[in-house]
Design a protein around this ligand. Structure first.
Ligand SMILES: [Mg+2]
Length: 368
């Protein structure tokens, strides 16, 4: 089952948000993006004749509008839009770190981290979204002081192969596959008491259908240059970062044609990726709640969860925190976007800096 109404609404929000980017910032980002796109997608596109301007290409449907709206090179300054207002509502978690630390003071911090675009840069080939050794050390440092979980759309196996830290909790497949730390729990601060294994797989019954749709989508996308279908175990991703803009409409129609026959699946859009997931009342927000409960924090008011992510799927977790009235959500973005997050960071390097400061503040006496 598709959810086009929701999709369109999200895209409208993204368009409005992208429109408040200052012209100079948008121009610089557009140049950088175009250069990056050219250098990184040339091989994948093979033909090497991509129309980056996309001028004159008219494709019906929500996907093209959505992509244009969320692309920096299409950003325009809307009349009346005020970036200062947006920054006031979603200030930098680095610039306002002392406020964050003060809010967390005396409470037990729990850290939740998205992977792609948060710990690693967004790259052309999703199999090469490596995190730096520096970032790994920063995450390792945080996990020594606070219970820490990776919450990703990737399968657990894939995201673990990138992160390679056994002391963390992992929630893969958008939270539909959760596992506790494999390292000895007693070595790490505040890990689940008693060391019992934490596992949760609410979409287990969907495994056969996901595999079936993966095969169909792979066959369907084979003719679209640059398209890549990724099997995330309990969900699928169709990456179109390297697909020529003129092919987006074909890709969109192809994906929808495949999942039309599966009313138990739904379609949503991330950063240059289409996500196919089971229709299930379970998302990154549920994963966050499940992990807090597993850690023994349910109903306690002395816990301070910090969730950092860059994608629309992370908004489910931001909303949970907002509703709890505890902790903070931090959106990683260089551009103003509609978000429920309280704070922002511009890119993974700022996430790394924030994590280091968090450890430092702990060492300086903040209870964790
Ligand atoms: Mg992400």
């Amino acid at each position: 089952m598709t959810n086009h109404a929701g999709f369109a609404a999200e895209d409208a929000a993204a368009a409005a948000a992208a429109a408040v980017t200052p012209p100079s910032q948008a121009a610089a980002a557009a140049a950088a993006q175009a250069g990056k796109h050219f250098s990184t997608c040339k091989k994948a596109a093979a033909a090497g004749n991509m129309d980056l301007a996309g001028a004159g290409v008219t494709i019906p449907g929500f996907l093209l509008d959505s992509m244009r709206a969320s692309s920096p090179r299409h950003a325009k300054l809307a009349a009346g839009a005020d970036i200062d207002d947006w920054l006031e509502k979603h200030p930098s978690a680095l610039a306002w770190f002392e406020s964050v630390a003060a809010a967390a003071n005396g409470k037990e911090i729990v850290v939740f981290l998205d992977y792609d675009g948060t710990l690693s840069p967004i790259v052309t080939d999703p199999d090469r979204a490596f995190m730096t050794d520096d970032m790994r050390e920063a995450v390792r440092g945080v996990a020594k002081h606070f219970p820490t979980a990776i919450v990703s759309g990737r399968s657990i196996d894939k995201v673990f192969n990138f992160v390679k830290l056994e002391e963390l909790y992992y929630a893969g497949s958008h939270g539909m596959d959760i596992k506790g730390p494999t390292a000895a729990a007693s070595e790490y601060h505040n890990m689940k008491k008693g060391g019992a294994a934490v596992t949760r797989q609410p979409a287990l019954e969907f495994l056969p259908v996901i595999e079936e749709v993966y095969q169909s989508l792979t066959a369907k996308m084979a003719s679209i240059k640059g398209a890549l279908v990724e099997n995330n175990k309990f969900c699928l991703s169709v990456h179109f970062r390297c697909v020529d803009e003129s092919e987006w409409g074909v890709l969109d129609a192809g994906v929808r044609a495949v999942i039309e026959g599966y009313p138990d699946l739904r379609l949503s859009k991330g950063r240059k990726v289409l996500e196919i997931r089971p229709v299930l009342d379970w998302d990154k927000g549920h994963a966050l709640q499940f992990l807090l409960k597993s850690l023994g924090y349910e109903g306690r008011n002395d816990v301070f969860p910090i969730y950092i992510g860059d994608d629309r799927t992370d908004e489910d977790a931001f909303k949970v925190l907002r509703n709890m009235g505890q902790g903070i959500g931090i959106l990683v973005t260089k551009f103003p976007k509609e978000t429920t997050a309280s704070y922002t960071l511009r890119e993974p390097s700022e996430v790394k800096e924030f994590l280091r400061k968090l450890v430092k503040s702990k060492s300086n006496g903040t209870k964790g």
